[in-house]
Design a protein around this ligand. Structure first.
Ligand code: FAD
Ligand code: UDP
Length: 383
């Protein structure tokens, strides 16, 4: 039998692919070929220094947050961290107000001076109970009523997804809670921090191993018949892998407009959201808040949602879940390939969830291999 060139071929050098490459190479001593069709590692978390020397995220703001000590410990092997708690303001009725909606938001918006208890009653009086909460509209209206929904959620969601919130699963707007205290942090996770030298530096360390060969600007579709490998791990879009045999899975795309402004500071927080449907962008990010970089200029990204382009967001709604299920069944009938990551499992996952999924996938691969080695040894003994 011809010797395999690589034990594993991994398609995609984002979190899913890089974590698996690292685990297989350094924990199981496997040889790995890691390919990506982009000219860089890191997937959507890729960051780089722009022409002005400011560290920016090519694919929009990536803020790390998790409740998992295990995931944090794993990533801490490849990076140090800087403490960072994310804060976001929304441009509503001519004011910049904290989002998630909190006590300050309500007091400023309505010119009141409520305490937490009063704010709770205030929201309870506005909430419009929905018996069976299914959609992204239901979940918000049930909690805070139509007026606040219209001001903070409807326009933003319509722009971001190209759909009315009533057409999206409740899981989408459920990501953004409502609070009656004055906690103005975007996330409440136990661990909130940014890689000290950026994501790309962290990825470089992760895949820097003699057992890992990384090739960039290489599309799996072009090279698939030219590489010898034992097992394939695929982290790209699952529908693309199966040549769209059941039809295209919808993904939402974005245009990222990167600009540098010739002053040290542009806005008062890292991200300002624009729920107004008349404004094309959904949010503006100012990176220096995330990175702590000191610079005379400042770099921003405007995010403008679009239907066509790179697939960034799986779109959570019932008909898409049903279509994904067809691909998932096909994937299960294709044991020579492992599908993992946001695009390959069609899940609206944050970075830490993808790392968790990749670590669990690694454990499964190791167990399957140990089981088949045992079967082989038993069979040999019996002959
Ligand atoms: P990806 O990062 O998409 O990597 C997949 C890789 O596969 C890509 O690099 C792609 O080029 C490659 N590929 C695909 N097909 C092929 C092929 N045929 N041949 C070769 N290569 C191929 N998460 C957070 O936790 N916090 C945030 O603040 C946050 N902000 C986000 C903001 C935006 C705008 C977006 C889009 C996502 C954000 N996320 C955030 C989510 C985060 O980006 C993902 O959870 C994570 O990057 C997914 O990793 P992945 O490896 O599954 O996929
Ligand atoms: N959302 C909104 N208004 C906001 C912020 C969020 O309507 O000011 C909704 C919108 O549908 C968005 C979803 O909540 O897509 C999830 O927001 P999140 O900030 O988690 O989105 P992501 O960072 O993943 O793009």
């Amino acid at each position: 039998m011809a010797e395999l060139e690589f034990d594993y071929l991994i398609v995609g050098a984002g979190f899913a692919g890089s974590v698996l490459a690292e685990r297989l190479a350094s924990d199981s001593n496997k040889s790995v070929l890691l390919i990506d069709r982009r000219p860089h590692i890191g997937g959507n978390a890729y960051d780089y220094f722009n022409h002005d020397g400011i560290l920016i995220h090519q694919y929009g703001p990536h803020i790390f947050h998790t409740n998992s000590q295990r995931i944090l410990d794993y990533l801490s092997r490849f990076t140090e961290w800087r403490a960072y708690e994310h804060r976001v303001l929304a441009d509503v009725d001519g004011q910049l107000l904290p989002i998630p909606i909190n006590l300050t938001t309500l007091n400023k918006l309505y010119g009141l001076n409520m305490d937490a208890e009063q704010a709770e009653k205030f929201l309870a009086a506005r909430a419009e109970p929905v018996a069976d909460i299914k959609t992204s509209e239901d979940v918000v209206i049930n909690q805070i009523g139509t007026e606040l929904y219209e001001k903070f959620f409807r326009g933003y969601t319509k722009k971001q997804w190209g759909l009315d919130p009533s057409e999206l699963d409740k899981s989408v707007t459920s990501r953004v809670p409502t609070r009656t205290n004055d906690d103005d942090r975007y996330f409440q996770d136990e661990f909130q921090q940014m890689p000290l030298h950026g994501y790309t530096a962290m990825f470089k360390k992760m895949v820097d191993h003699p057992n890992i060969k990384t090739l960039l600007n290489v599309d799996y579709r072009v090279v698939k018949n030219t590489i010898k490998y034992g097992h394939l791990i695929f982290t790209g879009p699952i529908d693309e892998y199966f040549d769209y045999c059941f039809g295209k899975l919808p993904y939402r795309s974005l245009e990222f407009r990167h600009v540098t402004v010739d002053k040290p500071q542009f806005q008062s927080v890292a991200v300002v959201n624009y729920p107004d449907e008349q404004i094309k962008h959904t949010r503006i990010t100012e990176y220096k808040y995330l990175t702590g970089q000191v610079h005379d200029k400042t770099a921003l990204t405007y995010e403008v949602p679009q239907a066509e382009g790179d697939p960034y967001y799986p779109i959570p709604r019932p008909q898409n879940a049903a279509l994904y299920k067809e691909y998932q069944a096909l994937a299960e009938a294709t044991p020579e390939v492992t599908f993992v990551g946001r695009l390959a499992t069609y899940k609206y996952y944050n970075m830490d969830q993808v790392v968790g999924q990749a670590l669990a996938t690694y454990q499964r691969l190791v167990t399957v291999e140990a089981d088949s080695a045992l079967v082989m040894a038993t069979a040999l003994k019996e002959t």
